[in-house]
Design a protein around this ligand. Structure first.
Ligand code: EPU
Length: 419
């Protein structure tokens, strides 16, 4: 298992570029299943979750060629309707392959998806199953596999009782090839969903309303190939913006879309972080004093749960107390124990709320990255801590941040990767 050794307290400054969005890339690959034609993808992040999506595509019989951030993928023939359990268990987005396979083949078998251990017991998929059932699929469970089948899918009306990102995307994708019209209500509104709908429409789908709570999909007979540019990763953007607020020098984040992290920038205005933006860049200037500000995670455009952990770290450097309220996942605040071990003053009120009181100097420690976003937060904490921090299990960070060590080293960070 690889680990990072970080020597803290080096001044960080310069320019860092944002890669393509992790949470769009895996979905675009799975959407390519809907057509026998070639799909060309640009700005693909080379992260472990994307490699796993390609492993799964290869298992299903896809042909693909890739170089750097480009990928051409074609599911002309699909050799099996079953997802390999070993691969699917490694990433949550494996669930995104289910709907397209059901729509194209009328049948799919799959295990419960893996990914970060942050949600209730094993992150539930009840909403997906309900949606497929509403479209006419039959669901059986046997020997650890779900088995979905439908001679034909029919358009339906489905109301999400919990707002779900991959749930919205999965039902939207699947409904493109159903007979008739599907109306999805109380949908997630993330920018990645809009970009995915635009891709599907270019393939010949008829989707309207993506980015609003109600999405309407008029089913079509078949879809064709297309070309798609992955949008910038807004969680990387926000993570680097928080790094800028923690660092001692100016940091410019390029190839990003500041519109996608509006809530974080609005909070920066309140807590005294100096920044300026252009259409596709953000510059964070050195900040003398950070004020505390309480947050509650919320679906987009609210405060993203994926930025909660770096923001919690930022509050350890604020002058006063802030409450962090995690409303989306049950286990996403447990990482604060690691910040406490580094010297942070954090009181856990209940599994969903902590009070962080700053400013505190952090000390380097030996830590294990429990999940992707906690992992990057450990790295940021190590960068501002006194002494040396050692972080194990960095596969979790490689799942979502491409080449993170080299990119931070270019800013002045002292990080060594030990294989
Ligand atoms: N939920 C259900 N039933 C379901 C599906 C979800 O109860 O069938 C619940 C979840 O337990 C959670 C809430 O709904 O409490 C929201 O979960 P959601 O389904 O929106 O999460 P997701 O689609 O599995 C995506 C991202 C996550 C990100 C969330 C929230 C992907 C592959 N993952 O997850 O990304 O945190 O949306 O924005 O798109 C990450 O990148 O670190 C990450 C975990």
């Amino acid at each position: 298992m690889s680990k990072f050794i970080i020597k803290g307290n080096s001044p960080l400054s310069g320019i860092i570029e944002v890669k393509g969005a992790k949470n769009m890339a895996t979905k675009v690959i799975s959407a390519a299943i809907l057509t026998k034609d070639l799909v060309k993808i640009k700005n693909l992040p080379r992260i472990e979750d994307v490699e796993r999506a390609l492993d799964l595509s290869q298992y299903l019989g896809a042909d693909f060629a890739s170089s750097k951030d480009k990928l051409e993928i074609q599911f002309e023939n699909i050799s099996t309707n079953q997802l390999d359990a070993d691969i699917a268990n490694k990433f949550r987005a494996s669930i995104m392959f289910v709907g397209p396979l059901l729509a194209r083949l009328g049948e799919v078998r799959f295990p419960h998806p893996g990914g970060c251990v942050i949600g209730a017991a094993t992150r539930p998929i009840d909403l997906f199953l309900e949606g497929y059932k509403a479209m006419g699929a039959t669901i059986k469970v046997s020997k650890g596999y779900y088995h979905l089948s439908a001679t034909h899918l029919t358009g339906c009306r489905y109301f999400f009782t919990t707002v779900s990102v991959t749930g919205t995307e999965s039902l939207m994708i699947t409904a493109t090839l159903a007979n008739g019209t599907t109306t999805l209500e109380n949908c997630a509104m993330e920018p990645e969903i809009i970009a995915l709908a635009e891709m599907l429409n270019r393939m010949g789908a008829n989707i309207s309303g993506a980015g609003t709570p109600t999405i309407t999909i008029k089913g079509v007979k078949s879809l064709k190939g297309t070309q798609v540019d992955i949008i910038p990763d807004r969680i990387e953007t926000g993570t680097f913006a928080i790094l800028g607020a923690l660092a001692k020098g100016p940091l410019t984040i390029e190839k990003c879309n500041p519109e996608h992290i509006q809530i974080l920038l609005a909070i920066f205005c309140k807590i005294g972080v100096n920044f300026s933006t252009t259409k596709n860049s953000i510059t964070i200037k050195p900040t003398a004093k950070i004020l505390p500000y309480s947050i509650k995670t919320h679906e987009y455009p609210g405060f993203s749960t994926d930025l909660q952990s770096p923001y919690t770290l930022l509050m350890t450097q604020a002058e006063g107390s802030a409450i962090i309220h995690e409303t989306i996942y049950d286990r996403r605040l447990l990482f604060v124990d690691m910040l406490s071990q580094m010297g942070a003053n954090i009181i856990m009120c209940d599994p969903h709320r902590v009070v962080v009181t700053g400013p505190t100097r952090l000390r380097g420690r030996k830590l294990t990255s429990p999940d992707l976003r906690a992992g990057i937060t450990m790295i940021l904490a190590g960068l501002i801590a006194d002494g040396q921090t050692e972080i194990d299990n960095i596969y979790q960070v490689d799942r979502g941040y491409e080449d993170i060590d080299s990119r931070l080293i270019a800013l002045g960070a002292k990080i060594t990767r030990i294989q």
